[in-house]
Ligand binder design. Sequence first.
Ligand SMILES: Nc1ncnc2c1ncn2[C@@H]1O[C@H](COP(=O)(O)OP(=O)(O)OP(=O)(O)O)[C@@H](O)[C@H]1O
Ligand SMILES: [Mg+2]
Length: 375
Amino acid sequence: MDDTLLIVDDTPENIGVLFDCLTNQHFRILVAENGMNALEIAENKCPDLILLDIMMPGIDGFETCRQLKSKKQTKDIPVIFMTALSDTSNKIKGLQLGAVDYVTKPFQQHEVLARINTHLKIHHLQKKLQVQNEQLIKLNQEKNEFLGIAAHDIKNPLVAIQSAAELIEIDYEIMSKTDILKRATNISNATRQLFTLIDNLLDINAIESGESKISLALIDILPIMQSLVMIYSRRAKDKKITIHLQASETQYFAFVDENTLMQVLDNLISNAVKYSPYGKQVDIRVSQHDKCTRCEIKDEGAGISVSEQNKLFHKFSKLTPRPTGGEHSTGLGLFIVKKLVDAMNGKVWCESEEGKGTIFFVEFGVDGFTQTETH
Ligand SMILES: Nc1ncnc2c1ncn2[C@@H]1O[C@H](COP(=O)(O)OP(=O)(O)OP(=O)(O)O)[C@@H](O)[C@H]1O
Ligand SMILES: [Mg+2]
């Protein structure tokens, strides 16, 4: 976009000379004939640079500059004073008031242009830096928050490990074998929780720093689903939950990364089992559509309220439904799922009704160019 320059001068000849030198330079030019007019235009039009004369009727250039620099909307606009060649004290005063530079009359056209371009460049770089700085501050706050929650979640299993180990240290002579075994099981469960949490944190770190290696290819995803259903059917037996896979075709192609898709489906199926009461059923369906392949994971669990559905894919989102068989929960699974699905140009969403159950949908394109429809 063209830069906008505001020329503030009460002498038409000066304005004419500047126009000559600035035309054909892709600038939008605004003109003010006095200080008050300049302040008004600067506030409303936010020019990228102001060329300011000193001697003007009404408020002079110095006062105009002082007022520009005192207002939030105009304080960052670079001001270049226009002054007589020999007037050193005016040059110094202008710079002290916050001007970035001066040009001397009679104008040397190439010099004026070079100075304007230099200061526009600096001004744009400064603006960019400011935006980046604000982003960094926000990211740093997020990281601190993230670290705080992670540290808190690491503490619980560590306390469990410490207390079980201390109990054995103190009482091992009077403890039965069964008691010792129970404490050892506590220690290994808590250790497993820690590993899961650390794996999740590392995954997030890899995704957010752009280091996760995802290479998309058109593959048949049915074998992945079949093997996950087999693994989870065994685990779900403890809760008397049955898992059904419904697929009418023998192959379902999708443009995905095999391991990443496995991780996504693993999270969704593990949630369905984790948040289902004993004796219920989990239905997994795969279907081919015009430009995409869709997987549905349906459970008969407690369901998720509409207000909580908005928080599902956030970091550390442990919501009202709690694991029904004492399983561990870090609240990171779906956050990772969303990031991974995005990285594969897919879509993930859920439909849920409290008291009835939840269906998670995940959809991928069937070629490298298809972006699946928005839901
Ligand atoms: N199928 C589901 N039915 C009901 N609630 C669910 C379901 N899936 C997720 N939730 C809710 O959403 C929250 C976030 O799920 P998410 O998978 O991100 O984390 P998690 O299961 O708590 O822990 P993990 O990081 O081990 O996956 C869960 O804590 C649970 O309250
Ligand atoms: Mg989960």
